[in-house]
Design a protein around this ligand. Structure first.
Ligand code: F6P
Length: 331
């Protein structure tokens, strides 16, 4: 490494997640501590293409660790999927003297980062998405906060379902991943858990389960369904469609709640603040010492760094033993 101050850019991409600000803060503070110039790219890869770049100083990230969302904004960017867009992004980095980039986001963000890596940019990826669906990591920033938000919402819904002796269908986020549904269902004692990772059988998973628990004296029912089980080619196109069918088939008054984007907001939990701080710190440390092209991950409960190609080749796993435990406990 020559004596020239390294210039590191940082961006957030994809769905925002509580804790992204804590990661940005730690990366900026450690980068400056190591003598680097830190740049913030606003609005993800679109901002890189459009040259939306700001200087980040120690004070730029003050009073952010507790705030959800991302101070650098985020956006989804189709243009970056094409070589022309990637070349514009590269030109922006070069124009600012940045040859290193920290990206905070999910698997889609990392695939974009790999393209820049292949164009010679030193990359470090930080897994930040509420879905917890980044294959190479046990954990993604934002997940704990999101699950705790869902738990609070489900506990509230249980009060009214119990009072009216109703069935409450609650649709949670996660794209094609059922982790938010699984964790929140265990924590709230849901009667049924529907995840994309397990083949959905309406009669077995819903009708038989409601009939059995009802015969055991249950008078209100909580069904947590991951959004990924619904769609044009699925048994039900929507949670509302499934709720109607349940009411018709069981005679139990049924209501549906799509929690939507409340799952993305809120002040990050301690776990998210600490994990994000560790990852932001490590990202800056790696790039300041010339060790780029890494994806940060949680493995065996510890933050570590993986080769970018190895990380992106990882297969996502789902904890079926936890899923079966949840199914047993909820009867
Ligand atoms: O990837 C995070 C996520 O919240 C998913 O769980 C959800 O399906 C998606 O983003 C929603 O995307 P948008 O915020 O663009 O509507």
């Amino acid at each position: 490494m020559n004596d020239k101050k390294r210039c590191i850019a940082i961006l957030s991409s994809g769905g925002d997640a509580p804790g992204m600000n804590a990661a940005i803060r730690a990366a900026v503070r450690e980068g400056i501590a190591r003598g680097c110039r830190m740049l913030g790219v606003q609005r993800g890869y679109q901002g890189l293409i459009d040259n939306e770049v700001i200087e980040l100083e120690l004070r730029s990230v003050s009073d952010t660790i507790h705030r959800g969302g991302t101070m650098l904004y985020t956006a989804r960017c189709d243009e970056f999927m094409y070589p022309e867009g990637q070349q514009k992004a590269l030109a922006t980095l070069k124009a600012h003297g940045a040859d290193a980039l920290i990206v905070v986001g999910g698997d889609g963000t990392f695939r974009g980062a790999l393209d820049l890596h292949r164009l010679g940019v030193d990359i470090v990826g930080i897994p930040g998405t509420i879905d917890n669906d980044v294959a190479c990591s046990e954990y993604t920033i934002g997940y704990d906060t999101s699950v705790n938000t869902v738990i609070e919402m489900v506990d509230r819904l249980r009060d009214t379902a119990q009072s009216h002796e109703r069935c409450s269908v609650i649709e949670v986020m996660g794209r094609k991943c059922g982790n938010i549904a699984l964790s929140s269902a265990i924590a709230t004692g849901a009667t049924a858990i529907l995840v994309p990772e397990s083949e959905f059988d309406y009669e077995r998973d819903i009708l038989d389960r409601l009939a059995f628990t009802r015969s055991m004296g249950k008078r209100h029912f909580i069904i947590i369904a991951a959004e990924g089980i619904f769609g044009e080619r699925q048994r039900f196109v929507s949670s509302a469609n499934m709720a109607s069918a349940i009411e018709i088939d069981t005679g139990i008054p049924t209501r549906t709640t799509i929690l939507g984007h409340v799952q993305r907001g809120g002040s990050p939990t301690a776990r998210d603040r600490i994990t994000a701080s560790e990852m932001g710190f490590m990202a800056a440390e790696l790039l300041a010492t010339g060790r780029g092209n890494r994806i940060l991950a949680v493995r065996n409960g510890k933050v570590c760094d993986l080769d970018i190609e190895e990380a992106l080749a990882a297969e996502r796993s789902f904890d079926f033993s936890l899923y079966h435990m949840a199914q047993e406990l909820s009867l």
